[in-house]
Ligand binder design. Structure first.
Ligand code: NAD
Length: 478
């Protein structure tokens, strides 16, 4: 059983004698670890530690920072299997998916080391300014923002942690990380890679606890220069109200649409949707939630999709043959099960799945879902896809844009004109042509429009958002 303390000022504070929270496997309900819960005074010390850490790290040459990050990346690669087992144990993600997630950690840290060490400023053509001579010179220089508070959700407990701490440390900042209360062990495991790599004291701090108890203190503290948050739109909105004047990145919720047009390759669309709607039991911000299909091909598309969804194996997350494991908790599975039951009783048709067993829900397809039903409008975060009929492309684009969200979208078409229209008309931060939104390269800009967020992640973009750019002007005496 993994026991993790708080990481403050470069050392793990021992759990003995402290208030701890058990971490429980959603599959077996057994305790798999425990973490120390941070109180107000702990948060205060973590922030003090980060202020000192930020000073140390900002004054460390980029090539030295890079060396530490590259060693942390090497350790993350070396410990990949243990990392995957930790993810699988604490959140019920199938081991095959957990291995995929764990395999990306080292590479994201390496990209962060590279991007953090390669920020080029601009030289300013000041003499082009009317009345300015050749007596001045100007340029921009990067500077770390200082202390970054990173708050992460449960669904990708390694990936989303690394997407914050990698770029933050690469850019020369100190971090106070607060991982999700349901899956904190993975974050502590990753933090150890950085400590073992020689990260100086105070540069990375980890505090644990329920966000509603310690979140407000973290995000509103004046010592914090940037809050990088990934989680629900509800919490993101709360953060905007109390953060004060500091940089904010908010990666929030979604109800991602996929349009299947009448000229689409239906086999390809069905294959991609059978992955994109159900990976991680649908607990992905870019999961396919709404399929909008042109009436002419709806039956043929459903004929292609249904057997593929029925073939998804759900079960013991530790077994190699399991494709999809549990939801994060039994209560979340019950929430998804109830939502499916509600839309069916409101007139939609269940084609397959939707049964619950403990924290597992079998992959569901629900058709004839009215576009304005909460099943389509609200984020489901579960293994079910709704299917709605579109009458023509204008209608399809209108349906795709009909929610408050705008994170990812997919359009299946083999018509170039439709592809070009879709890239212009679909209001999402990431638009895929001939794939679903559930695809990500860690280097690409990644973030939502509308209520799906503010700012972008993706290593280069995150490094930039965690950097202040100063404009320097040198004036000569003549
Ligand atoms: P959540 O909003 O409940 O929690 C996210 C984090 O915020 C956790 O660490 C939590 O403890 C903390 N938190 C809770 N209340 C807080 C408060 N008042 N102040 C500060 N922090 C607080 O989200 P979740 O259930 O862990 O994750 C699922 C959500 O995350 C979904 O909405 C999903 O779409 C979103 N998500 C978005 C992205 C993206 O890139 N856009 C990626 C993954 C997940």
């Amino acid at each position: 059983m993994q026991k993790s303390g708080l990481l403050i000022a470069g050392r793990w504070e021992n759990p003995d004698g402290r208030i701890v929270q058990e971490v429980v496997s959603p599959f077996t309900s057994d305790a798999v670890g425990e973490v120390v819960l941070a109180g107000r005074e702990d948060i205060d010390r973590a922030l003090d530690s980060a202020v000192l850490g930020a000073h140390t790290w900002r004054n460390t040459p980029a090539h030295e920072r890079s060396k530490v990050l590259l060693e942390a990346a090497r350790l993350a690669d070396e410990r990949q299997e243990e990392l995957a087992q930790t993810i699988c144990r604490e959140m019920g993600k199938s081991i095959r998916e957990a291995r995929g997630e764990a395999s990306r950690a080292g590479e994201i840290i390496r990209l962060s080391a590279f991007e953090g060490a390669h920020r080029y400023g601009q030289s300013l053509p000041l003499d082009a300014n009317l009345g300015t001579g050749l007596d001045k010179t100007g340029y921009t220089v990067p500077q770390p923002v200082g202390v970054v508070v990173a708050i992460t959700p449960f669904n990708y407990p390694s990936l989303l942690v690394v997407h914050k701490i990698g770029p933050a440390l690469g850019a020369g900042n100190a971090v106070v990380l607060k991982p999700a209360a349901q899956a904190p062990l993975t974050a502590c495991f990753l933090a150890q890679c950085f400590i073992d790599a020689g990260l100086p004291e105070g540069v990375l701090n980890v505090v644990n606890g329920a966000g509603r108890e310690i979140g407000a203190q973290l995000v509103s503290d004046a010592r914090v220069n940037k809050v990088s948050f990934t989680g629900s739109t509800t919490v993101g909105e709360q953060i905007t109200k109390i953060a004060g004047v500091k940089k904010l990145s908010l990666e929030l919720g979604a109800s991602s649409p996929v349009i299947v047009t009448k000229d689409a390759d239906l086999e390809q669309a069905a294959h991609a949707i059978a992955l994109g709607g159900y990976i991680n039991a649908g607990q992905v911000c870019i999961s396919v939630q709404r399929v909008i299909v042109e009436a002419e091909v709806e039956e043929a598309f459903l004929d292609a999709l249904t057997p593929k969804v029925r073939d998804i194996t759900v079960g013991d997350p530790t077994k190699d043959e399991t494709m999809v494991g549990t939801l994060i908790s039994e209560s979340d599975a019950a929430r998804v099960h109830t939502a499916i039951g509600q839309v069916i009783s409101d007139g939609a048709e269940l084609i397959t799945g939707g049964e619950r067993d403990g924290a597992m829900v079998s992959p569901a397809i629900v058709r004839n879902v009215p576009a304005d039903h909460s099943f389509a409008q609200d984020e489901l975060f579960g293994p079910a896809v709704s299917v709605t009929t579109a009458h023509g492309l204008d209608h399809a684009f209108q349906l795709a844009n009909s929610t408050r969200y705008g994170l990812g979208a997919g359009v299946f078409t083999h018509d170039l004109d439709t592809s070009i229209r879709a890239t212009r008309e679909v209001d999402a931060g990431i638009v895929h042509i001939n794939w679903t939104p559930l695809w990500r390269a860690d280097l690409m800009p990644y973030g939502g429009l509308k209520d799906s967020g503010i700012g972008k992640e993706g290593v280069r973009t995150a490094v930039n958002e965690m950097t202040d750019w100063k404009t320097i002007i040198l004036h000569s005496r003549v």
